[in-house]
Structure formats: structure tokens, C-alpha cells
Design a protein around this ligand. Sequence first.
Ligand code: SAM
Length: 204
Amino acid sequence: MQPDWDELYQDGIKPWDKGTAAPPLLDWMNRNPQKLSGKIMVPGCGLGHDVRAIADVCPVAEVLGIDISGTALQEAAAFAKSGAERYEELDLFDLPGVHHQSFDWIWEHTCFCAIDPERRDDYVEAVHRALKPDGELLGIFYLDPYDEDHQPGGGPPHGTSVAELESRFVGSGRFEITEKYVPEVSYRGRAGLELMLRLKPSAL
Ligand SMILES: C[S@@+](CC[C@H](N)C(=O)[O-])C[C@H]1O[C@@H](n2cnc3c(N)ncnc32)[C@H](O)[C@@H]1O
């Protein structure tokens, strides 16, 4: 069952929110200065820490954070602006036509692991549809979020595997992988449990 994300934010229950941008994103941007540019979407952006980090180092980029939780976005918008970032209350699976083939980059972080695993092919289709033909998807995928208290089937975050990611993104014919590594920097407790992927859409 999917959580009521907005209710969680209203109740202040957001253990995923670490109060800072994802360390692997900051590290990648450091090593690839000015690479993120143009129109950039961050799906499931929550309180927008990654959105603001991207806008901060890419001042000419148009960074759009989307989320289905209006409460999260209100909190995101209350932070001091970093650059030209914006937020829209949208469902990734139901993006309006104006966002089709529209983005140069998509930054994925804890949206893929938050959605119902049965919708993962829909996720791949949605991000493929949102990207320009020469756009790119950069993302950090939470492979193993499990511990004693949280087991597979127990709700998000839902883990994945390298094989599953390759099958869904590449096996579907929608993407090819251009970069793949286990990040050397992570939030506390996630070291070695995440995979960074950079993907280019394939023509269908
Ligand atoms: C685990 S939280 C991660 C938030 C943020 N990326 C972070 O790391 O703090 C997952 C986020 O995805 C959002 N979300 C879930 N399903 C979504 C959908 N279909 N479209 C857009 N956002 C969605 C939730 O509201 C929530 O903010």
C-alpha cells in the first residue's frame, strides 16, 4: 500500500529528509562542473534540498522540483531561494503535455524507491517521456534500504538491484547506461547501499 505522503509531511513524519542535499549529487556536480544545465526536473523532490543545491551551482538552469505533496512543496518554497528554482505539485505518472520531451536533465533521488515497485516500468516510461531526446537521467538508486525493522514488502523505501535497474531501464529499450558506480560519499547509514546511474534515452 502506498503511504499518504501529504499526511506524513503534515504530521512531520519524514525520516528520509536529511536536511541537506544528497552527498552523491554534490560530489558528482563537483566533478562535473557546469554539466547540469538547461531545464532540470527533480521528481519527488520533497523539501527541495537537491533542487536548491542544483540551482545554486547552475544559476542559469531552470530547476523544477515536482512532488505530489503540496505540504512538502510549501515547506520547500519557504527556504531561501538558491537560483531560478521552482516547484509544481504534480504526479510524475501524470505529467501535463507541457512537460513531455521537455527536460535536459532529470535528477532522481529517493523517488524510485518511494513508489510502488509495481509501477517501476511506469516510472521508466514517465522519465523517458519527460526527457528531451538528447536529455539525460542522473540518479542515485537505493539498492538496500533494509534492516531489522524494515524488511522487503514492508512499504517504502523499496530496495532494488543492479540487475533490476538494468532490466527496467536498458532491457525495456528506453535507456542506455553511460555511467555507473557505487558512490564514495553518502548520507550516514547509506554507504555502499546506493548506486549512481547516468542514462541516456534511446529512440523508440
Ligand atoms: C522518500 S520521499 C523523498 C523526498 C526527497 N527526494 C528527499 O530525499 O528528501 C519520496 C517523495 O516522493 C514523492 N512522491 C511519491 N510518489 C510520487 C509521484 N507519483 N509523483 C511525484 N512525487 C511523488 C513523495 O511525496 C515524497 O516527497
